[in-house]
Design a binder for this molecule. Structure first.
Ligand SMILES: C[S@@+](CC[C@H](N)C(=O)[O-])C[C@H]1O[C@@H](n2cnc3c(N)ncnc32)[C@H](O)[C@@H]1O
Length: 198
């Protein structure tokens, strides 16, 4: 991101708008290069506040300020915190099974999918094989797919039926989807209608 970004629809289907990099207009989105921004000439962090938040002793802060090395201290201390606590994951895959399935069925993919590595990290971290993983905002159900791959049971809740329907692609062969398309000329409207179970 050092050279900025181009506001356009990505091959992955994500629509990156021209407000993406503007924190004022980002609607709660976190800048992708938050941690790298300390390198930017425009960024003027309050090193003392950052170091106080990281529980650096006041005497050390005073000494660093006196010797004009606050920025070096912040870089050393905070890079440890950041590398320990931040997952940096790309979300740019454009040739996944799910996307291929959506293209095959001629339906829009879910617009805000997570990269696979995100649920994978937390499922491995927080559960054991045989446990049940619940995602109450399942979207395209990458959580369920990863949970199943990692031998967990899973439950997926999703408000929008169209996302729930197409999430089933994650558990189907492309050939199976092609066959359904050929058989059902009415398109995807009735595809895999999901009825509540007992
Ligand atoms: C950011 S998306 C989740 C994306 C998902 N992790 C994936 O990778 O496909 C959030 C989803 O939550 C759904 N949602 C919002 N409010 C909900 C609610 N009250 N109950 C269930 N789902 C809801 C939205 O329709 C949307 O699909």
């Amino acid at each position: 991101m050092e050279e900025g970004y181009k506001d356009k629809k990505r091959p992955s289907g994500h629509d990156i708008s021209d407000t993406f990099d503007d924190p004022e207009d980002a609607d709660g989105a976190i800048r992708p290069n938050l941690w790298n921004s300390a390198d930017s000439p425009d960024y003027a962090p309050d090193f003392i506040e950052l170091l106080q938040n990281a529980n650096i002793p006041p005497k050390l802060l005073e000494a660093a300020e006196k010797h004009d090395v606050l920025d070096e201290l912040a870089e050393t201390v905070l890079s440890q915190h950041v590398s320990d606590n931040v997952l940096e994951l790309a979300n740019t895959a454009s040739n996944t099974h799910y996307l291929e399935a959506c293209r095959t069925a001629d339906v829009e993919p879910h617009p805000a999918r997570f990269p696979r590595d995100l649920p994978e990290f937390f499922i491995k971290f927080l559960s054991e094989p045989g446990d049940t993983v619940l995602d109450i905002f399942a979207g395209s159900n990458i959580t369920g797919r990863v949970a199943q791959d990692l031998e967990r049971e899973w439950l997926a809740f999703e408000l929008q039926k169209k996302y729930l329907q197409t999430s089933q692609f994650r558990f189907m062969d492309i050939k199976e989807i092609e066959r359904m398309q050929d058989e059902d000329q009415s398109g995807m409207e009735d595809f895999a209608d999901i009825e509540p179970t007992d």
